[in-house]
Write a protein that binds this ligand. Structure first.
Ligand code: NDP
Ligand SMILES: N[C@@H](CC=O)C(=O)O
Length: 431
């Protein structure tokens, strides 16, 4: 059988592992696909750079544009990252009739409409399993296995770098910066790690997940996003002391009436007994709650070269099989135009620590502010005395707007020296 030829765009952390797997597993892949898979070329930025894998120098090129339209190329794999030139190269490849595989969540979340539109208009395959949660097969189940169900909520840990940092801060007392450096050295972080620690990467993944789960269009700009740069060692330690752990969560949920969706990424305290609490290192875990299927949990390596390359290879095999069979994979299924509601309308709970004057009447004044905004207090306790006195409160569920107005009100109280920390609490009532 005639080989299927793969053009690889990018040979960094992920791309080098794609090259390795294509070489090491050539016989098995040929047997599974029904034809050999051959590398037609590898586009990079710097030809002379040392790589984690041996690449035949004759395959390397800096002319990615020429590579993606070559007649002898069947499948284009984009693992460059970022918006341009990745988008133009993928559009060119699809216009030239190639099947495309990508791990590029930033692009899909920013301009999925253009990329999916090009796949539709050109009758081209577009597979992107590696764009969310690394090795975990998550998008295919959402796109295909759950296509007959109604998904209500998708919730989980979708960024390996921030999970690695928070886990190390919690379990070894590592500093934020040391843990981030380790995550970078291990190949988990984005080229610009701000994307990880400020929550942009998780927000892009949340947008992709929400779009697939609810058959609607969600872009990164629609996602409420908070990163982990404000999470301090003290926050981590006090969460631990109270039986919680801090995780960066992505939460995509239909509203109760089903007419809108909420999509948010922020750090949250979850009880240590919650299944997500034990997700350590750069692992990811995602719950999907569907009407008939009930609650499903997906867990595995969320970042890193080899795990991500595993997902890329799965997509290459799918595209290759489609080409041999003369079929196409699933098109994007966007039929519901569900607005994304503002974060203020989302119902959450807050954990609040206040540095307060240690004198009678303080609790009453604080409680008055909560009551003014119609927010009910679930628990309250005092820690420390005198100059070290702190009130630690956990609210019942209320709209995020009411909760943030409560915090503003507390800041204005003269008996509150400082709002020491505010963190959302998740996972006590639901998984
Ligand atoms: N790392 C991970 O754990 C995961 C990454 N991803 C996604 O995979 C993609 C790749 O990530 P990763 O491998 O970590 O990134 P790297 O930065 O390690 O690799 C990027 C590669 O792209 C090449 N490149 C950059 N610009 C160009 C250009 N203009 N033309 C041709 N080649 C170019 C670089 O070339 P050169 O080597 O010469 O500099 C490099 O080989 C991103 O979209 C990322 O979000 C998804 C899941 C997990
Ligand atoms: N930087 C990302 C890589 C995988 O998507 C992460 O840390 O999760």
């Amino acid at each position: 059988m005639k080989p299927l030829r793969v053009a690889l765009l990018g040979c960094g952390v992920v791309g080098s592992q794609v090259v390795r797997l294509l070489g090491e597993q050539a016989d098995d892949l040929a047997a599974r696909v029904g034809a050999p898979l051959e590398l037609a070329g590898v586009a990079v930025r710097r030809l002379g750079r040392r790589r984690d894998v041996d690449v035949d120098p004759a395959l390397l090129t800096t002319d990615a544009e020429a590579l993606v339209t070559r007649d002898d190329v069947d499948i284009v794999v984009e693992v460059i990252g970022g918006i341009e030139p990745a988008r133009s190269l993928m559009l060119k490849a699809m216009a030239a009739g190639k099947g495309v595989v990508t791990a590029n969540k930033a692009l899909l979340a920013e301009d999925g409409a253009t990329v999916h539109g090009a796949a539709r208009d050109n009758g081209a395959d577009l597979y992107f399993e590696a764009s969310v949660a690394g090795a975990i097969p998550l998008l295919r189940p959402l796109r295909e296995s759950l296509a007959g169900d109604r998904v209500h909520r998708v919730l989980g840990i979708v960024n390996g770098t921030t999970n690695y940092i928070l886990d190390k801060m919690d379990t070894t007392g590592a500093t934020f910066n040391d843990a981030l450096e380790e995550a970078q050295a291990l190949g988990y972080a984005e080229a610009d790690p701000t994307a990880d620690v400020e929550g942009f990467d998780a927000a892009a993944k949340a947008a992709i997940l929400a779009g697939l789960a609810f058959h609607t269009r969600v872009t990164a700009a629609d996602v409420h996003r908070e990163g982990i740069t404000d999470v301090t060692a003290t926050d981590v330690a006090s969460a631990r002391a109270m039986g919680y752990v801090i995780k960066l969560l992505a939460i995509c949920a239909r509203s109760d009436d089903g007419r809108s969706v909420g999509v948010r990424v922020h750090p949250a305290m979850i009880p240590r007994t919650h299944p997500l609490a034990s997700v350590g290192e750069a692992y990811n875990a995602v719950f999907v709650e569907a009407e008939s299927a009930g609650r499903l949990m997906f867990y595995g390596a969320g970042a890193g070269g080899a795990p991500t390359a595993s997902a890329v290879l799965g997509d290459i095999v799918a595209v290759a099989r489609n080409r041999i069979a003369g079929t196409r994979g699933p098109e994007e299924s966007v039929y519901a135009e569900l607005p994304v509601h503002p974060m203020g309308e989302t119902v959450t709970r807050y954990h609040v620590s206040l540095d307060v004057a240690d004198k009678p009447g303080v609790l009453a004044k604080v409680a008055e502010v909560f009551a003014k905004h119609d927010v009910s207090i679930q628990t309250v306790r005092q820690e420390g005395h005198g100059d070290d006195a702190q009130l630690v409160l956990v609210s019942h569920r209320a709209s995020d707007a009411a909760l943030s107005a409560t915090i503003e009100g507390l800041r204005e109280l003269s008996i509150v020296r400082a709002v020491a920390s505010v963190m959302r609490v998740e996972g006590e009532d639901t998984p």
